[in-house]
Design a protein around this ligand. Structure first.
Ligand code: NAP
Ligand code: ZN
Length: 367
């Protein structure tokens, strides 16, 4: 067996895990820049808890609360400037995947003069500030991945900063913070997590160990997603399962990367303003149909773990959860597919899709 598995993030999960473990912040430094989104961290209690923990340890802090959904390269350069101005010696990211990715990029850019193309080069020889991550959505798993997805303002494309040094040192998972999520954001982010587990499980870069974690994540998400509907209330126990499964799925893609749906989904987000998780959810059934001929055993295993009879049943589930779909023109399908074909996700997909296969995934997903 060949295996390579690197997961340096220490995960702490449970109610009040931040204040109960406040001394861990002292290991990261004496001055923290808190990186977060515009509103939600103030409303869901996560920012209060982080501030309380820092005050308990007499750690100075400043707050950069300007990270927008799908954060831009301009925003993270501003955040890096703020980290330098404050002489931060560590970063705490609080929020959904956007602020967590913003925090990772800021940790890197505050110590390295990287603008334009060099930001996405993947070669980062300089120092990186240590980072703690507090997810408040249950979907991206960014708290345990070495990726930061940033919208490059020069190309208007979502691009990845990738380095093992971008793994957070600590991830604090307290499901209470996710209670304020709307049902639709809960659904979209849960489908992102499912997409990570499914893509990681079927990726060329999968391993026995990543598969083991992926199966557990798919099993949990399959059990939860059937219980959610647009008018349901989602209790804390379910929210905790979603957060746990999302973290597991993050551990999967940290090893395997993602496959075709993520590259097809990026254009839906940048050009059609479709949420990241929703985009992946829309594409999932057609992706599974496409890979089925090459990966019969794994596709059957995914359906079995989700307690579904067929891909059609999975499509009915995602259709029910996602409601009315957006429209895609044939020009959009052509241009988004051509773009996706150039991305590294394609070589990680089994079987490797050709342009017509990618177009068919879009067509089947939006019909
Ligand atoms: P998000 O873009 O971080 O947040 C979406 C919205 O949800 C924002 O308006 C945010 O408000 C709000 N929100 C966050 N937490 C909330 C809470 N507890 N209660 C109420 N509202 C809340 O969404 P996301 O889906 O988590 O992240 C998507 C991003 O992650 C994309 O850029 C995607 O490419 C990236 N991603 C990264 C990885 C990785 O490994 N690094 C993996 C997958 C996806 P505020 O703005 O006010 O906070
Ligand atoms: Zn994703």
């Amino acid at each position: 067996m060949n295996l390579s598995f690197y997961m340096p993030t220490k995960v702490l999960m449970g109610t009040e895990c931040i204040t109960k473990n406040s001394e861990l912040f002292l290991e990261l430094g004496k001055k923290a820049l808190i990186v977060t989104g515009r509103n939600s961290a103030r409303m869901n209690g996560s920012l209060d808890d982080v501030v309380k923990a820092l005050e308990m340890q007499k750690i100075a802090y400043s707050i950069f609360d300007r990270v927008e959904p799908n954060p831009s390269s301009t925003t993270v350069l501003e955040g890096a400037e703020e980290a330098r101005r404050f002489s931060a010696d560590f970063i705490i990211g609080i929020g959904g995947g956007s602020p967590l990715d913003g925090a990772k990029a800021i940790a890197l850019l505050s110590c390295n003069n990287l603008t334009g193309e060099s930001m996405f080069s993947g070669t980062y020889p300089g120092k990186i500030l240590p980072l703690a991550a507090v997810p408040t959505t249950a979907g991206t798993g960014s708290e345990v991945t070495p990726y930061s997805i940033i919208t490059d303002v020069y190309t208007n494309r979502k691009r990845s900063l990738v380095s093992p040094r971008l793994f957070p040192v600590y991830a604090f998972l307290d499901a209470r913070y996710t209670r304020s999520l709307t049902v639709s954001t809960t659904i979209n982010t849960a489908l992102d997590a499912l997409s990570h587990a499914v893509e990681g499980y079927t990726a060329n870069r999968c391993s026995e160990l990543s598969d083991l974690i992926a199966r557990e994540s798919i099993y949990i998400l399959g059990g939860v997603l059937v219980k959610i509907s647009s008018d349901s209330t989602i209790d804390l126990e379910i929210r905790e399962q979603l957060l746990y499964a999302s973290m597991l799925a993050g551990q999967v893609i940290a090893q395997t990367g993602t496959t075709a749906p993520h590259s097809l989904g990026y254009s839906l987000t940048t050009h059609k303003n479709i949420d990241h998780g929703r985009a992946n959810g829309l594409l999932m059934a057609a992706y599974l149909s496409f890979i089925r001929s090459a990966q019969e055993r794994k596709v059957s295993s995914i359906l079995e773990l989700m307690r579904l009879e067929s891909i059609d049943e999975l499509k009915k589930l995602t259709d029910r959860l996602l409601g009315e779909k957006e429209m895609l023109s044939s020009e959009e399908i052509e241009s988004f597919s051509s773009y996706a074909l150039q991305t590294p996700h394609i070589k990680n997909t089994n079987p490797e899709p050709a342009l017509d296969d990618l177009k068919k995934i879009y067509l089947d997903s939006f019909s």
